[in-house]
Design a protein around this ligand. Structure first.
Ligand SMILES: C[S@@+](CC[C@H](N)C(=O)[O-])C[C@H]1O[C@@H](n2cnc3c(N)ncnc32)[C@H](O)[C@@H]1O
Length: 244
């Protein structure tokens, strides 16, 4: 998994900041409620099985997902856009020890956390490999990572990678990286994480595209994905992984 150039990452981050700034706090809360619905049972299950006490939310955004964990837990978060998020959500640090920074190099000591929430972030970072190595370093043995990420079917993914490689108009400005489930399993295993659970949620995106040409183009590509036996649209997978 390749590290991207800092210039490319900064461009994605600029667009990420603009995206969140374009929404009202009520819209962000409504979006959060939808994500919460997906993750609530998963977090409940993790609370019962693994009883995490110190949780880090990586790339936590304006409302950290780790706030769903209830009870006697210490919540931490790290995100380079914290200054933006403090303007959007002035109570952001109320329940969470939130710092500005990158997951590739965090200020925490080895084995400080027993759980890491890593949702919708791996395809945004500078270096997926270094990010996951750092997560491994700061997690205790038997610590849990909840890795949520959107996956495109193979032909769509190949085209998205080509658009990214040649910086073609219509590329995914916010997402410099694209993964298959196989890529993710491979890297998690190579870093000594065991995948203990897998969940999947459909995340269709083509219907929301505003540009008619883009909509037509990705509909045709997704038709071929479907024809060759893959899903025809994007989906979110959540891997619950244990550090072994
Ligand atoms: C799509 S948002 C996801 C926010 C939240 N996790 C969620 O699921 O709604 C991606 C987040 O990753 C953050 N991010 C990008 N690069 C990062 C890095 N190297 N280290 C930590 N966070 C990063 C961005 O600033 C942004 O807040």
């Amino acid at each position: 998994m390749k590290e991207i150039k800092i210039k490319r990452w900064k461009l994605a981050q600029k667009q990420e900041g603009e995206f969140w700034n374009s929404l009202s706090f009520e819209e962000i809360e409504r979006g959060f409620e939808l994500v919460e619905k997906k993750y609530k049972n998963i977090f409940n299950d993790i609370s019962i099985r693994f009883k995490p006490k110190k949780i880090i939310d990586v790339g936590a955004g304006p409302i950290p997902l780790s706030t769903i964990f209830s009870g006697d837990v210490e919540r931490y978060a790290i995100d380079p856009l914290l200054s933006y998020y403090e303007n959007i959500n002035p109570n952001i640090k109320e329940k969470v020890n939130y710092v500005k920074g990158l997951i590739e190099k965090t200020p925490y000591q080895n084995e400080f956390f027993d759980c890491c929430v890593f949702r919708n972030v791996l395809d945004h970072v500078l270096s997926p490999q270094r990010s996951l190595e750092e997560v491994h370093r700061i997690l205790k043995k038997d610590g849990i990572v909840i890795l949520g990420i959107n996956i495109f079917p193979p032909i769509t993914r190949m085209f998205k990678k080509i658009f990214e490689f040649f910086s073609l108009p219509g590329r995914e400005e916010l997402h410099p990286h694209f993964f298959s489930e196989r890529d993710l399993c491979k890297i998690m295993h190579s870093l000594n994480f065991e995948v203990v659970e897998r969940y999947e949620f459909s995340e269709p995106y083509i219907k929301d595209l505003k540009n008619k040409i883009a909509k037509f183009f990705w509909t045709v590509i997704s038709f071929f994905d479907n024809l060759f036996g893959s899903k025809n649209e994007e989906y979110e997978i959540i891997f619950v992984c244990k550090k072994i």
